[in-house]
Design a protein around this ligand. Structure first.
Ligand code: ADP
Length: 160
């Protein structure tokens, strides 16, 4: 059984994340998607809301399971779930510095756990949760960037 762990803030999940999840789900028997509560990031949605949104948009991927990770190291969640591969996405070069720092820190914390990177789908290379929230807050249409269900959840937040 090959298991993978895809951690992130997912505030909210975008089509870029979903593309990663779809591709990742083909690489592993089980892909855990962990909603990380990161105190240094001010999020629009609570961890529970982010988990519910991910569950809804991932419901067709039968081997994908959404979990919450609060105040825990990613390597510790991985160990708990018996996962030895962390999956992360790379968009532009700007992601690289942060991602390599995280990956090397994680490998020093637990060298049994490997981080692998998947290149973004070129269609989503400039897509981020932050840009989606910014466009939505200015009254723009985000339906090309997130599933319809997430558009509705953004509307409910009334961030305009
Ligand atoms: P974090 O706060 O942990 O960076 P994010 O939710 O922003 O959480 O991203 C989670 C992961 O998904 C990261 O590895 C990020 O690089 C990747 N990611 C985000 N957007 C995209 C995208 N459009 N294409 C591919 N990977 C992406």
């Amino acid at each position: 059984m090959k298991k993978g762990l895809y951690p992130g803030s997912f505030d909210p999940v975008t089509n870029g994340h979903l593309d990663m999840i779809e591709r990742g789900s083909k690489m592993f028997d089980t892909l855990y998607v962990a909603v990380v509560k990161n105190e240094s990031k001010k999020c629009l949605f609570s961890v529970e809301e982010r988990k519910t949104m991910l569950e809804e948009v991932c419901k067709n991927y039968k081997n994908v399971e959404v979990v919450i990770s609060e105040a825990r190291l990613t390597v510790d969640i991985a160990k708990e779930l018996n996962v030895d591969v962390i999956l992360r996405g790379l968009r532009a070069v700007t992601d690289f510095e942060y991602e390599i720092q995280m990956a090397s820190t994680n490998s020093q914390l637990n060298d049994d756990i490997e981080t692998i990177f998947m290149m973004t789908n070129i269609k989503y290379s400039f897509l981020s949760s932050s840009i989606v929230k910014e466009v939505a807050s200015l009254g723009g249409d985000v339906s090309k960037f997130v599933p319809k269900y997430i558009c509705e959840k953004l509307e409910e937040k009334n961030i305009k």
